[in-house]
Write a protein that binds this ligand. Sequence first.
Ligand code: FES
Ligand code: FE2
Length: 339
Amino acid sequence: MYIRDNWYVAAWSSELAADVPLGRRILDEPIVMFRTAGGAVAIEDRCLHRGMPLSLGGRIENDGIQCPYHGMEFDGSGACRKIPGQEHIPAGARLRSFPLAERDGTLWIWPGDPDAADPAAIPAYPQHAADGYAFRKTMLTVHCNWEFLNDNLLDLTHLGYVHARTIGGDPDTHSTAVMNSEKTDRSVRVMRHLPASEPPPSYRLCCDFAGKVDRWQEIDWTPGLVRINNGGTDAGTGAYAGNRVGGVQFYGFHGITPETAESTHYFFSHARNFRVDDHALTEKLFSTTMITIEEDRVVLEAQAARRGETADRPLINMATDGPAIQARRIVRELIAHDR
Ligand code: FES
Ligand SMILES: [Fe+2]
């Protein structure tokens, strides 16, 4: 079950070349994206003649795509514009098209009712567009339902266990962190404070701290995107009053796009607002972060496999599950609303 009326990350802009189509399954629909003079477009990845996937070698020419099998051509709206060997193009010879918008180096797709798509609702992400930030990004496919990623990112108490080597820290500090959350009709925001805690390895990589640090984690969840601001400054210097000078601040972009009910496209970037010209640091932080992403992938896939084979067995909640439960509730409400 999916929320269809929603913007999802379809691709990083850099994945879509000027003259090569990109095929991707999104919400269980095979979709092909390509570039036209008017911008990037997304249509069904299925030739109207015999169903050949257009992304498998389709030629991009004159703002359209040519089927690699017998040469039928489609424009960016999905309309068939040429059938080799005949003049007549039947009325209604058209593939489905999907609203696609490019923002801050990211292609966003709206799989639902096209009339309801409002590009103004696409979440802004200046960390990918503005000066003053350094970032690196990647994309992977994780074999679990997309809601497992929501759970994972909304409950960072797993850091002390799963990510002890990188961004972790003491498990008890995480589990007892001061946590506040706010819910709207399509978002959950979680603020976690970890005062006077041990700076984790990835923080120490960037900065010489005097001793303990006041750490924070601010998580903004909305269907399809989780943004996490986290960082730490020397303990007692006012981080929780908004005085975040020195120390480290990181910004995580987690685009979560269902591929199928059992697999998820995960678009991830890691940005920071200090030492932005230090490319060696960018690489080092990215490779460290990729260890954590891989640690999460192993957990998520193992969990999904076991949940699949024990679907009728009970599970219990913990006190720290509140935000993830709120997100699940919002997902159910939005799916019901879509219908
Ligand atoms: S399958 Fe595309 S033209 Fe025949
Ligand atoms: Fe994690």
